[in-house]
Design a protein around this ligand. Structure first.
Ligand SMILES: [Ca+2]
Ligand SMILES: [Ca+2]
Length: 506
């Protein structure tokens, strides 16, 4: 499956971790030269973060640290997740396969249950001799209940895993306001905490990242792949109170004209609607948005601490930094909140790649790309062997020239209906258009012209003058959707007893 498998097995010691590490496995790593010049990777993923960031032009949200990273890397203006839900999106991103090829179409599952021998992205780096560490949420976690545990993690992906749990998880849950009492992870819920940054889970994640980076700086005999998965702004939106102060509640934007907007939509387009959202008043909506924005700025400050440490240790010039999110998020558009829709707000993610020497600093790429593209890009940038079956594109040409078009489109999917009898919706994003079809069009179609309708208010799919365009997009989408399947043509199914992969003889 791999192009260049390391055949020899040599034990490599990583002295500074030998005592401190909670979980260290070095037996399978190939020997590498002491004079290590391959770049490191710092892979930062935020949870449930949409594009409400300063560098993406948001008029209110303050994200100075992520903006600073955008200035020194390439910011992808149109980047999309492959499935707007944590587990399916993260399994896709970390295997380089579309959800139809991982078989992971819901949460609380991991690709080891479907395609156990697939080499994950961090695992590919491990096999090339990298030290791979995870701090916080990379694969799916039940937030907040699994915070402080491994969640639905993949042990084969990492040599070191750190799972801090802060006051937001251990102390403050009784104080959190929720639309449904005592329900935090799936329900809109928030709290302005009186406790400081360092006591919160994401603050602890940043401290742990600083700790790991300090040790990596001391021993450069092996390059690192450090993945830091922040939990905010996922619900509950808990952040230190002073971050709320930057967002006066009465200034929080409320979406207008929802009733009119919904008239031209197929039911599946709104399938992520939850009844509990009907409990929202305008006052509660503004409180929720205030807390979501406060959580973003809090998370941004923690990103800043990690980036500062990278600079301080002199690691920045040889470290590729990626910042992204697992999917987008609705804040009332089309009457929707949270995720699981195929509208722009839910499918779109921030994506910044700062690859020293390989990216055009401060560049902005307008061509649509996907999280699926991270695997081939990072492995190519680092000279790491990747499995031959990965499905994304190499973004290096776009990093060096952001006007490069690449594939030119991105595709995302989502499921509707119950397990076994559900259907699928796919959406295709080109630089100008979004075309969506539900159950291959049997349950409806949508077409939006982003040049004239960036909020996707007017569904043009049934407008006669666009009939030819709809037919063409439908054909392109069907082909692209067929290509999301593995070579077998079948979506892999969950098998019993394969949670733990055979990592000794893949
Ligand atoms: Ca998520
Ligand atoms: Ca509409």
């Amino acid at each position: 499956m791999l192009q260049r498998l390391p055949r020899h097995r040599t034990t490599v010691s990583f002295a500074c971790f030998a005592i401190a590490a909670a979980h260290v496995t070095t037996a399978l790593l190939p020997r590498v030269d002491a004079a290590e010049s391959r770049p490191n990777v710092l892979f930062i993923v935020s949870d449930d973060l949409n594009n409400s960031l300063g560098c993406y032009g948001h008029p209110q949200v303050k994200s100075p640290n992520i903006d600073r990273l955008a200035d020194r890397g390439v910011r992808f203006e149109r980047s999309y997740c492959q499935f707007p839900l944590c587990g399916p999106s993260r399994n896709s991103m970390l295997t380089g396969l579309y959800p139809n090829s991982t078989g992971i179409l819901q949460n609380s599952q991991i690709f080891r249950q479907t395609i156990p021998q697939q080499i994950s992205l961090p695992q590919a780096f491990r096999r090339a001799g990298y030290f791979a560490a995870r701090i916080g949420k990379l694969y799916h976690y039940n937030v907040p209940k699994s915070v402080g545990t491994n969640g639905h993690d993949d042990p084969g992906s990492w040599e070191l895993e750190l799972n801090p749990a802060g006051c937001d998880r251990l102390l403050e849950e009784p104080d959190i306001f929720s639309l449904r009492k005592d329900s935090f992870g799936g329900t809109l819920s928030w709290y302005a905490s009186p406790r400081g940054d360092l006591l919160h889970t994401d603050g602890m994640l940043a401290s742990d990242a600083e700790w790991v980076l300090e040790r990596c700086a001391r021993d450069k005999s092996r390059p690192f792949f450090l993945a830091v998965g922040f939990y905010r702004p996922h619900t509950p939106y808990v952040a230190p109170a002073h971050y709320f102060d930057g967002y006066p509640k009465q200034e929080m934007p409320l979406v207008q004209g929802v009733e009119e907007d919904l008239k031209d939509l197929p039911a599946d387009a709104l399938g992520s609607h939850k009844r509990e959202h009907e409990l929202l008043t305008d006052d509660l909506r503004q409180q929720a948005i205030q807390a979501y924005f406060a959580s973003i700025t809090f998370m941004d400050a923690q990103v800043g601490r990690v980036l500062n440490k990278l600079d301080e240790l002199g690691l920045a010039e040889n470290t590729i930094v990626v910042f992204t999110s697992d999917h987008g998020y609705h804040l009332g558009e089309h009457g929707l909140w949270q995720k699981m829709s195929l509208f722009e707000e839910s499918a779109r993610v921030p994506l910044i790649i700062a690859a020293p020497g390989a990216s055009k600093n401060g560049g902005v790429a307008a061509t649509p790309v996907g999280l699926i593209d991270l695997y081939p890009t990072l492995t190519k940038l680092c000279g790491v062997a990747a499995p031959v079956n990965i499905q994304g594109q190499d973004l290096r040409p776009i990093l060096s020239d952001p006007t490069e078009v690449g594939r030119g489109w991105a595709i995302s999917q989502v499921t509707r209906g119950g397990r076994g009898k559900g259907t699928c919706g796919f959406t295709l994003r080109t630089p100008r258009w979004r075309y969506t079809q539900w159950d291959q069009g049997r349950r409806g179609r949508e077409l939006y012209d982003h040049e004239n309708d960036p909020l996707e208010q007017t569904n043009l799919a049934d407008v006669a003058e666009h009939a030819k365009r709809v037919a063409e997009f439908s054909e392109t989408l069907q082909e692209a959707a067929a290509d999301t399947l593995p070579e077998s043509g079948e979506i892999p199914t969950i098998r019993d007893g394969v949670w733990a992969p055979n990592l000794t003889d893949p």
